[in-house]
Design a protein around this ligand. Structure first.
Ligand code: IPM
Ligand code: MG
Length: 386
């Protein structure tokens, strides 16, 4: 056997071994953390890079405002985490530098700004995305992304699997030779079951009657096939909630079908399809700049915008005009996750009022509109007046 064939075999064995180890870890951690039992909830705040620090700061101020009493009593503390910048990550040669990871792991929940995702041709090495690495390191398996446009009857909650699929080994594919490159896609029993269960549990708690699984199981038969089968198995435990099954290609089309799209409620899907479909979905709501997301695990949870770090805005000196609404939505999701549902509702209501009703200040991304800080003030004034 040639040396490169031997190396390829070893690589494949290593991929399998790493996934088997991950499965053992998943099996060992079955219980969700209960925030009500904690004396102190530690909220890590990680600005990221690009427009991240600006929009994260605006969102953190709102959290401080809403959690003033809890901060005072020590029930909640904030911990600023610096260093998740592209420069530091390149210097450490890692998606997340070790010291940053240690700090992240000392928190319960994290509010995270966008981080620049390297790609081939950039001035820095093509290291793994910090987002993807954090989701894997903290085992944040459920990426929950709500999209709502009430006047059009759109009320969707996406449960994107966040640690597997094409992303699990996305930065460790095989360049066999000049002619051949191979990536790996991973589906596990445990990983699919926990995301399917999260989607059905959400549906049950929120009075939803339908969960839609989105795959390409007719072509990607092994991994997507397994994902879909597990969704069908899990569905049996939830009588009264119907499971329907769609392929990703036709689903992207049906989201623009005004008659059909209002019928979707909760959607559960593998990582890559979830990434793509949630950007499309957010567009109906006003674009990715308006959408927050939660990344939930059993021990940790992280809340972020669904968009990138927009380095061009920073290069043009426009980061102060970046729209913080996605990060403010993320803050609302954080509040609700740690047990402050009422505060989260207040924030959501005020944000809707500022963004879609009163619109006293408008964000344009340029000096023709408000700054993110001014918009945050506007949201806080609105809450105070509620
Ligand atoms: C998202 C983003 C990330 C992803 C990127 C930045 C790696 O697009 O959160 O959807 O692909 O998951
Ligand atoms: Mg995306």
């Amino acid at each position: 056997m040639s040396a490169s064939m031997e190396a390829a075999k070893e690589k494949f064995v290593a991929v399998i071994e790493k996934q088997l180890a991950r499965i053992e870890k998943m099996k060992a951690e079955r219980e969700f953390i209960d925030y009500t039992t904690l004396d102190t909830i530690i909220i890590g705040v990680c600005g990221g890079d690009g427009i991240g620090p600006a929009i994260t700061k605006a969102s953190k101020r709102i959290l401080e405002f809403l959690l003033a009493d809890e901060l005072e009593s020590g029930k909640v503390v904030f911990k600023d985490i610096e260093g998740l910048t592209i420069e530091n990550r390149v210097k450490a040669g890692k998606a997340i530098p070790d010291d940053v990871l240690t700090e992240l792991k000392a928190c319960h929940v994290i509010l995270k700004g966008p981080t620049t995702t390297p790609r081939a041709g950039d001035p820095w090495p093509n290291i793994e995305s910090a987002n993807v690495a954090m989701r894997k390191e903290l085992d944040l398996f459920a990426n929950v992304r709500p999209v709502r446009v009430p006047e059009q009857g759109i009320d969707w909650t996406f449960f994107r699997e966040n640690t597997e699929g094409a992303y699990a080994v996305g930065s460790e594919g095989l360049h066999f030779n000049e002619d051949l490159a191979i990536d790996f896609t991973v589906t596990t029993q445990e990983g699919s079951e926990r995301i399917a269960r999260a989607a059905f549990e959400y549906a049950k708690k929120n009075g939803k009657t339908r969960v839609t699984a989105v795959t390409k199981a007719n072509v990607i038969k092994t991994t997507d096939g397994k994902f879909l089968n597990i969704c069908k198995e899990v569905a049996k435990d939830y009588p009264g909630i119907e499971l329907d099954d769609w392929y990703i290609d036709i689903m992207t089309a049906k989201l623009v079908d005004e008659k059909r799209r209002t019928q979707f409620q909760v959607l559960v899907l593998p990582n890559l399809y979830g990434d793509i479909l949630t950007d499309e979905a957010a567009e109906f709501q006003g674009g990715v700049g308006t959408a927050g997301s939660s990344n939930l695990g059993k021990r940790y949870a992280m809340f972020e915008a669904i968009h990138g770090s927009a380095p061009r805005m920073v290069a043009e000196g426009r980061d102060i005009y970046a729209d913080p609404c996605s990060m403010i939505r993320a803050a609302a999701m954080l509040l609700s996750h740690i047990g402050y549902g009422e505060k989260a509702e207040k924030l959501e209501k005020a944000l809707d009022f500022c963004m879609y009703q009163e619109k006293k200040l408008v964000i344009t991304g340029r000096d023709t509109g408000a700054t993110g800080e001014e918009f945050a003030d506007y949201v806080m004034e609105t809450i105070a007046a509620q």
